[in-house]
Every structure is written in C-alpha cells, then in structure tokens.
Ligand binder design. Structure first.
Ligand code: NAP
Ligand code: MG
Length: 409
C-alpha cells in the first residue's frame, strides 16, 4: 500500500449506538484507515458509557469539538422509558444531540445526497435543497399548562431591574383548554442568521427564509428583522457581488415556492419548521440515509453526523445473527465532510481530494446499480440494479474508491 494521506489536525470521533455503531467500525476499517492517517480523539457516546459517566462524556465531547474545531458523530439513542429498562439506566439522560447543539450554540444544516438514478418524488427538484434549522427555543423549550377550568391566562414579563412588569391577557377561558409559553433570544436568532448567511455564501447558493410575521407581529417579526439587519450590515454587497439572492417571504409562500422550484437554495427554517421540513425533504429525496447533516457554531466549529437514528430494527436483526442491508451512506458522508473540513482548515489539499473521491466512489456505486434495500425500493428500475448487504455495499464502494485513487495519480 502506498503512503497514507496524512491528516494534520485532530478529528473528534464520537461513537454511538446500535446498527450505526456496527457500521461505524466497518466504514472506518474498510474506507478510512487503509488510506488516511488520522489523529482521532475518541468519545464513546454509546448509551451504556453515557450512563456510566453520568453523561459527562457527552459534555466532554462537545468541549473537544470546541477545542479541535472538527468532530464526526455516529447516531445515538435518546433514552425513553423503554430504553431505561433495556439498558438498566440510572436515569433518562437527555438527547446527546441537544446537549452538543446547546454547547456549541450551533445551527444544523442538512442537504440530500443526490443520485442520478434516484429521482426525487418532486419532479421539479433538480438540485439539493439545503435546510438550516434554528436549533434553539420556540416549542422545544416551552412552558405549558393544562387549563382545568374557567380562568384567565396571562403573559407576564418581570424585568430584572425591578421596574414594573408587563402583562397581557392571552385568553379568558370559559372552560378547560391549554396554554403555552415559548421564547427566543436576540442573541440566538442573530447567531442563526449569521450561520445561514455564511453557509449560503460559502456554498454559493441563495438564501430563502420565511416566517409568519403577518400574524406573529412581534415574535416572528423579530426573526425577520434580525435577518434583515444581518443582511444589510454584513452581506448585501457580498451577495450582490457573488450574484446571490436573499429572499424573504411568508412561510406559506416559501413552502409553495419550494415545491415549484428547481432546488439549489439554503432554506433557513425556524426550529419547528426545520424539524418537520427536513424529514419531508429526506423522504422526498429517497431515504433517510441520503441526507448529510452538519452542526455549525457561530465561531466556526463543525460537527458532522448522520441525520437518521440508530436503525434499531435492523440492529435487533443483526443481534440475532441476521445480515441486514442497512445504508451507511450518511455515515460515510459525515466522515467525508469532517475530513474535507479538516483539510480546508489545515490547508492540506490531498485530504480534501480524498474526501471528494470517497463521496464520488459512493455515487459511482449507487449509480452503477449496487444498492442497499432502502435505495433499491426507490431507484429507477434497471437490469443493472443489485440489492446487497451492508458489508458488500461498503466493499463495492471500496473497489470504486481504489479505482479513483489509482486513476488520478
Ligand atoms: P431511525 O434509526 O432513523 O430508523 C427509522 C427507520 O428508517 C428504520 O427502521 C429504517 O426503515 C429506516 N432507516 C433509517 N436509517 C436507515 C439506514 N441508514 N439504512 C436503511 N434504512 C434506514 O429511527 P428510529 O428507529 O425511530 O430511532 C432509533 C433510535 O435512534 C432511537 O433510539 C432514537 O432516539 C435515535 N435517533 C438518533 C438520532 C441521531 O443521533 N442523529 C436521530 C434520530 C433518532 P426500515 O425498518 O423500514 O428498513
Ligand atoms: Mg424530526
């Protein structure tokens, strides 16, 4: 084997659970270690180890990303009551993704992995639609009350400086109902806006943003205002020079336009919109495993991950000794993303080139007809199509990778 490609800086490796943890090892052993010499700082976020460390390993891994700048994360179980029983947990630990997002104050960007032979279910979409999801506040940090009977629901703000509170009536209940309080902060919205303008600019794609500010004249209007301010202050000239557009419309209009578009934009979404719309895009583009995901902090730290879960059902089959046809594409693209970013930061073009070839090898494999079960179900029918098991799929990618690495020498 020729000399391995050297990665200068450290990559924070965050291991996970179930089927993705199994595939993680295969991906590293077959597609990475034979070719690249990497300094990895390893954090085991497998549920058992999170429990053993009282979840300290999760916060440690976030700190490590802050220190080294680039991390790559496997999918992890977010515990619920069933998992507490299954793993004998000390408590219902929080979602590691939530913890890491909060620590990095990050924005999550997702984009589909497109293949020529897997047409999106929306026929006008020719280019990937990237989604930037604000990962703070709104309904995800809400306070809710079940209103049991008639009474007044009020919104109260009590200033820290002791001045008079502001009070608004939400509703005079004549009988039972529900109440919800949500919030956001200017600081978090501004970080989100900055991250979106930066991502769209770096990727040379227009930025689309929609809120419901005609109805929510204070809350949603504040998002619109902060985006507008960020654009005017830091981006207007740059966007004009690069021929890029910042396009604000009402959220329902944005959705309608997205459906008729060719794709190829960053769609900035408030937290809930991003949660819902990224799943819609994921399935419309073929499979949950055909989506890249990266968490970007305002000060330029990156965590690459698969956006799907741990593929629990496949894992239970695997545990019984059955072979599965699980798609490792999102995991491979997460590693490729981390390597590319490391190469850009360290100024090592050979690392960037390797990451590009790794992705190209994946494309060549699927476009050549070799596919996992989730893909073959949605791909264009062809006599070339061949359903393979996970490990055979990774082996086929390796064959294509070897071809690309030899060809370009
Ligand atoms: P999931 O792991 O995303 O899987 C849901 C279904 O989607 C699978 O049963 C499978 O469908 C299909 N699928 C997802 N990824 C696939 C892949 N790579 N290849 C082939 N098919 C794939 O979601 P889940 O089963 O609801 O959640 C399992 C665990 O993941 C949960 O404990 C949850 O907390 C965790 N989770 C973690 C993350 C993260 O860390 N990023 C995200 C979401 C969920 P078929 O069974 O029909 O083949
Ligand atoms: Mg969701």
């Amino acid at each position: 084997m020729a000399d391995k490609i050297k990665v200068k800086g450290t990559i924070v490796e965050i291991d996970g659970d179930e089927m993705t943890r199994v595939m993680w090892v295969w991906v590293k052993d077959k597609l990475l270690h034979p070719y690249v010499d990497m300094k990895l700082e390893y954090y085991d976020l497998g549920l058992k180890h999170r429990d053993e460390t009282e979840d300290k390993v999760t916060t440690d891994s976030a700190e490590a990303i802050k220190k080294h700048g680039v991390g790559v994360k496997c999918a992890t179980i977010t515990p619920n009551k069933d998992r507490i029983k299954e793993y004998g947990l000390k408590q219902e630990w929080k979602s590691p993704n939530g913890t890491i997002r909060a620590a990095l104050d990050g924005t999550v960007f997702r984009a589909p992995i497109l293949m020529k032979n897997i047409p999106p279910s929306v026929s006008t979409w020719k280019k990937p639609i990237h989604i930037g999801r604000h990962a703070y506040g709104d309904v995800y940090k809400n306070a809710e009350i079940r209103v049991p009977a008639a009474g007044k629901g009020e919104l109260v703000f009590t200033p820290a400086d002791g001045s008079a509170p502001t009070k608004l009536t939400i509703h005079d209940f004549k009988g039972p109902g529900v109440l919800q309080g949500i919030h956001n902060t200017d600081k978090s919205i501004a970080s989100f806006a900055k991250a979106c303008f930066t991502y769209a600019y770096d990727n040379k794609i227009p930025l689309w943003f929609g809120t419901k500010d005609t109805i929510s004249k204070t809350y949603d209007a504040q998002f619109r205002k902060i985006f507008e301010e960020e654009y005017k202050k830091n981006w207007e000239q740059k966007y004009k020079d690069a021929g890029l557009l910042y396009n604000f419309t009402l959220i329902d209009d944005t959705v309608a336009r997205i459906m008729r578009s060719e794709g190829g934009m960053l769609w900035a979404c408030k937290n809930y919109d991003g949660d819902v719309m990224s799943d819609m895009l994921g399935s419309a583009y073929g499979s949950l495993a055909m989506m890249t995901s990266v968490l970007v902090s305002p000060d330029g730290k990156y965590e690459y991950e698969a956006s799907h879960g741990t593929v629990q059902k496949h894992y239970y089959k695997y545990q019984k000794g059955e072979k599965t046809s699980t798609n490792p594409m999102a995991l491979i693209f997460a590693w490729a993303g981390a390597l590319r970013k490391r190469g850009e930061m360290d100024n090592t073009p050979d690392v960037v080139a390797f990451a590009n070839k790794l992705e190209e090898a994946c494309r060549n494999t699927v476009e050549g007809g070799v596919m996992t079960g989730d893909l073959i179900a949605v791909a264009e029918k062809s006599s070339k199509n061949k359903l393979v098991l996970t490990e055979d799929f990774i082996d086929a990618i390796r064959v294509n990778l070897d071809k690309l690495l030899k060809a370009k020498k």
